[in-house]
Design a protein around this ligand. Structure first.
Ligand code: KG4
Ligand code: ZN
Length: 336
């Protein structure tokens, strides 16, 4: 079965063709990052306008690269939640037009279910159940993946998402958007045993909190600047990255051991080398496996939406012509 996957929830317009949920025939990504970088973050209206301009050419390219025609496609999967509402509406309405005119089924896909499906594309042997830590710019969720379309949220970031914390700390350090890769790069030349940052506590066993850490970095930088002391950005980046990755790896290992399952790590932040290394090492010590997406599938892409859409299709999910988009929606909700 050939599925065309469409992703437009944030600052990437991406369209892919995927066979049977596992085999990528094409995955075209048009990123808007250089433009949003000028403003220090994603500007929602600009994002919607760029999606509108890009969606047709990106779709054409995805079909061309996959060497298929629209008539060969069996269904269209599209991200309908969560994300920037104007951005989501561009992809959703485009998918509706395609499906209505070509008489194809449309499958609405939750963005975080898509990130989890990126693990199926990169690990042919992976099957549920497993625990997945989804770490992106907008969400940090510890998810029990009971089945391909059955999810239970075990914990989440109670304030800032992990990627959001990276982006905000980067801004404090005067680094461009998106902050994750910038901090990671700086941290390689820093000493993580210099500054001291707090370890935020949460009541939920699998919840995490990053806002206290982010504020601590801000206070640290401000107090140094007020005293005229130099701020060693590399060291702050290293301390911050160490804290965040320690907290995330620790929670994932506890979840995997408590449920007696293997673990997956996915979402934009999952490309972080330090996080991957810590999760792999600590899970290995508990004789648990770590599944990761390929680097090209860590960030937002249409292939993960097509893959998730395949499993949703098999479970009977079909979008109506009145399907709406939602800025926020729980991953365990069936279809909004
Ligand atoms: O999943 P994603 O592409 O978009 C959302 O769904 O939000 O995640 C983007 C996030 C951004 O916050 C970005 O700073 C972060 O992923 N990120 C990283 C790294 N590369 C991207 N965070 C930490 N380390 C990285 N190397
Ligand atoms: Zn994402």
């Amino acid at each position: 079965m050939l599925i065309l996957g469409i992703e437009s929830s944030c600052d990437e317009t991406s369209v892919a063709v995927v066979r049977d949920g596992r085999k990528i025939l094409s995955n075209v990504v048009a990123t808007q990052i250089p433009e949003h970088r000028l403003y220090g973050g994603v500007v929602p209206e600009i994002a919607s306008r760029r999606h509108t301009e890009n969606i047709c050419p990106v779709t054409k390219e995805a079909l061309l690269e996959a060497s298929v025609e629209l008539a060969d496609i069996d269904a269209v999967a599209v991200t309908y939640a969560p994300g920037l509402i104007g951005a989501l509406l561009v992809g959703l309405n485009f998918a509706k037009g395609l499906c209505y005119s070509a008489g194809m089924p449309m499958i609405p896909v939750h963005h975080l279910r898509g990130h989890i499906a990126s693990l199926y594309l990169s690990n042919p042997e992976l099957k549920p159940p497993f625990v997945a830590l989804v770490v992106s710019g907008g969400h940090t969720h510890m998810v029990l993946v009971k089945d391909y379309t059955e999810f239970e949220v075990l914990g989440r970031a109670v304030d800032d998402a992990a990627g959001e914390a990276f982006d905000k700390v980067a801004r404090t350090l005067g680094l461009p958007y998106p902050g994750g890769p910038e901090i990671s790069k700086l941290a390689k030349n820093g000493n993580p045993n210099t500054y001291s940052l707090p370890t935020p506590h949460t009541t939920g066993e699998f919840d995490v909190s990053f806002s206290g850490l982010k504020t601590a970095v801000l206070n640290l930088v401000n107090s140094h600047q007020m005293k005229g002391d130099p701020v060693i950005r590399e060291d702050i980046a290293a301390v911050f990255e160490q804290k965040v990755t320690d907290i995330l790896a620790d929670r994932l290992v506890v979840a995997a051991t408590e449920y007696g399952l293997n673990a997956g790590l996915c979402g934009g932040v999952s490309i972080n080398g330090e996080l991957q290394r810590k999760c792999a090492q600590r899970l290995d010590a508990k004789s648990r496996k770590l599944y990761l997406p390929e680097r090209s599938l860590c960030g937002d892409n249409g292939a993960m939406i097509a893959s998730a859409g395949y499993f949703e299709y098999l479970s009977g999910v079909r979008g109506k012509i009145s399907q709406n988009a939602y800025a926020t929606l729980d991953i365990s909700t069936l279809v909004g």
